[in-house]
Ligand binder design. Structure first.
Ligand code: SF4
Length: 262
């Protein structure tokens, strides 16, 4: 019987940050507090999802007066859930409002969605003893063929970094290629909404990227198959700190404590 591995793009991101953190995420899961960063991203995402679905359903562009109560409600729901305020409630709410408004007036007028929050589970590769699947959810697929993802970071990402090693663009373009059977190169756009300003990074992915993805996923599957008690630790990642790594106290933090004095 073939062994099946299913990877999400977030698993590949986690593996890039630190392989050991990926192993711990599944072997010793830790519930993390709901942060204001998550609330900010989810509120804006949910409102955009509503607008996109509304446009697909009605064929009409919802007016600002129609969508304003949607972001207000999404913000209230998300902010009530916050357990860890990384930015103050006032700043979080202001950023949610500004980011959504920037998206509505500057990004949305250029788009016409054919799918939003599109789930997928596609076969990436099959060998004599293994199948590798990719699964996930695509924020927005546009009529133009552009695949979009919304981010709400505190500052824009570096273009060269995303073009060089972003996994999401590779996974999502492959998933859409599987759905329509066209395996030519495809455009992907990261839209970063940062304190009410819009930044974008355009990335093109195609067959060579997807072959490289197969190789990367097989390497990860080999590692999982080896049934090791630990994986290599990624100390040189920004993620390896008490602030970001949920498993810090079980790993480096067991030796360095919660305040490593860097
Ligand atoms: S503490 Fe650092 S090395 Fe350990 S799991 Fe977290 S990120 Fe990886």
């Amino acid at each position: 019987m073939k062994k099946t591995f299913t990877f999400r793009q977030s698993d590949l991101e986690q593996a890039d940050k630190c392989l050991e953190s990926l192993r711990l995420k599944y072997s010793e899961p830790i519930e993390q507090p709901y942060t204001s960063d998550l609330a900010r991203g989810n509120a804006v995402h949910n409102a955009i999802e509503y607008v996109g679905n509304e446009m697909i359903r009605s064929g009409e562009v919802p007016s600002w007066d129609e969508v304003k109560p949607i972001i207000d409600e999404a913000m209230l729901i998300e902010c009530k859930l916050v357990e860890d305020w990384r930015t103050s409630p006032e700043e979080t709410e202001e950023t949610i409002q500004n980011n959504f408004e920037a998206w509505y007036w500057e990004v949305f007028p250029h788009l016409s969605p054919i799918a939003v929050e599109q789930e997928f589970n596609v076969l990436l590769d099959e060998t004599k003893d293994r199948k590798i699947h990719l699964s996930g959810t695509i924020d927005w697929i546009d009529e133009s063929g552009l695949i979009l993802d919304w981010k709400n970071p505190t500052r824009p990402y570096q273009r060269w970094e995303k073009v060089r090693w972003d996994n999401q663009s590779t996974v999502y373009t492959y998933a859409v290629a599987c759905s329509d059977g066209n395996f030519d190169e495809r455009p992907f756009q990261l839209v970063m909404l940062c304190k009410g300003k819009v930044h974008t990074i355009d990335i093109t992915r195609g067959p060579r990227d997807w072959e490289a993805l197969k190789s990367k996923c097989h390497a990860l599957a080999d590692l999982i198959d080896a049934n090791l008690n630990s994986y290599p630790q990624g100390w040189n990642s920004w993620y390896c700190s008490p602030k970001w790594c949920a498993h810090w106290s079980q790993c480096r933090g067991a030796h360095l404590g919660d305040d490593p004095q860097w």
